[in-house]
Ligand binder design. Structure first.
Ligand SMILES: [Fe+2]
Length: 453
């Protein structure tokens, strides 16, 4: 989800997660299997009816009773979870994370930020409700909790790199830790769905940024910068993010710090794990996205990686330089073709009567096209050189081929993301005759993507 950045509808249409259904009750019942979860007060619905008395354990039956009611007070304020996370335990989780991802541990070790993660954990004075959410997140959505840890450490390190105040470093840490905690309030059937999501399901997923912000808002000791960062961690400088799709001048620094940490984590954990690549290998991705986040944030991330003591991983995933060259040439040619269809899509969108979704697709299409052209990946000289490796294999270029492979993968991901956003726009807003041509461009783009697969 961290990489899913398309906005389905205008930000104003995104509300907090389905507020009529209290999915958090089901999460608490899940936690109750290992930690005692007790009501600390009578739980009353909006009509004044007592649903559950004080001192009752939240099991699945009780959760079922609460699930469909609107409560007068948020459920999290009316329960206590026993034996949950605290500062010391959080520090232990960081130690485990750095063992699981040795490159991350190495980076923090080399840059002296193991102690920073430790101090921020042990000295954290989070509100009880925040510890509760983190405990529930770790139990119910362990990979999201792990992602939060990963991002919290990176975000704190980047904030320090940017020479921000200690309070901002703490805020970056907290925002990294909780940025996806809003997912706890989303229907598990949507979160666990295999296959494409419908527009309403996307809206539900995207609402996690709003729910996450609401979680931090008004909690004693939480800065507004941390809450804003959670809200903005899917926003991008060119306005292609969500929930608002606002431009660079409207964004806060910490939101972009968390955003870049979130992207790096996603690539490292989702794409690189099987291939044995490390954090340093995210550099080609970062270079392509130099202006996606604040440029200062990009520079800080690059600087941190370059001083990490890590180095590029050379992966021979295609059976030799000759085969790899041919494969990348073929992909490069499909991407060259895609640039033409992207241009056609931009031209059609510019002359169409488009609304919110269409404007978002137009911005995204321009961004992807610019990224493809400025990267140099679609230059004929490059694809010709790649093809020549079949005749004259040269082992010394494996590093360059790895970099090209990673950058092509990023472009493919960007096109796929654009096409997903286009599909949603097409369903919601495409009503007139000009849409026929647009659909054709999208189909051709899809064909290029398949050929580049
Ligand atoms: Fe997120």
């Amino acid at each position: 989800m961290s990489l899913s950045n398309q906005r389905v509808v205008g930000g104003e249409e995104l509300g907090a997660a389905d507020s009529d259904t209290n999915f958090y009750a089901a999460r608490l019942a899940g936690v109750n299997q290992d930690h005692v979860v007790l009501t600390t007060t009578d739980i009353v619905n909006a009509n004044g009816v007592i649903l559950v008395r004080k001192g009752v354990r939240i099991d699945s039956n009780i959760a079922e009773r609460i699930l469909r009611h609107k409560l007068i007070k948020p459920l999290e304020e009316q329960v206590a979870v026993a034996d949950g996370l605290n500062g010391q335990r959080l520090a232990e989780r960081f130690a485990c994370l750095h063992e699981k991802y040795p490159d991350l541990g190495h980076l923090h070790d080399r840059l002296g930020s193991i102690a920073l993660c430790n101090e921020l954990s042990v000295k954290s004075e989070f509100h009880t409700m925040l510890w509760q959410k983190l405990t529930v997140l770790e139990h119910e959505l362990p990979s999201e909790f792990e992602k939060g840890l990963f991002c919290a450490g990176l975000a704190a390190l980047l904030a320090r790199e940017l020479k921000l105040s200690h309070q901002d470093i703490q805020s970056a840490f907290l925002a990294g830790l909780t940025h996806d905690a809003g997912l706890l309030h989303i229907d598990p059937a949507i979160l666990n769905k295999n296959g494409p999501l419908t527009p309403p399901e996307w809206r539900a997923i995207q609402s996690h940024v709003i729910t996450g912000r609401m979680l931090l808002d008004h909690l004693p000791g939480v800065s507004s910068a941390a809450a804003d960062a959670v809200m903005q961690h899917h926003e991008r400088c060119d306005g292609t993010g969500y929930p608002v799709g606002t431009g660079e001048d409207q964004l806060g620094l910490l939101g972009q710090v968390v955003a870049i940490a979130d992207s790096v984590q996603a690539i490292r954990v989702r794409q690189f794990e099987k291939l044995g690549r490390n954090l340093y290998d995210t550099l080609p991705y970062l270079n392509l996205n130099a202006y996606t986040h604040f440029y200062s944030v990009f520079q800080a991330m690059v600087s941190v990686l370059k001083r990490s003591g890590l180095s590029q991983t050379l992966v021979d995933a295609y059976g030799g330089v000759a085969t790899m060259g041919l494969r990348l040439q073929q992909r490069g040619e499909s991407l060259q073709e895609a640039v033409g269809y992207l241009q056609a899509m931009v031209d059609s969108l510019e002359t169409s009567n488009i609304r919110s979704c269409g404007q978002h697709v137009l911005r995204s299409a321009r961004r992807v096209q610019t990224m493809m052209v400025s990267s140099g990946l679609v230059r004929i000289e490059l694809t010709t050189w790649l093809g020549s490796l079949a005749q004259e294999p040269d082992e010394s270029v494996l590093a360059e081929l790895n970099e090209i492979d990673l950058m092509q993968n990023e472009l493919r991901w960007q096109i796929r993301n654009l096409l997903r956003a286009f599909g949603e726009f097409y369903d919601l807003e495409c009503k007139d005759d000009s849409c026929g041509a647009l659909a054709l461009h999208a189909e051709r783009l899809e064909d290029c993507l398949k050929a580049a697969g």
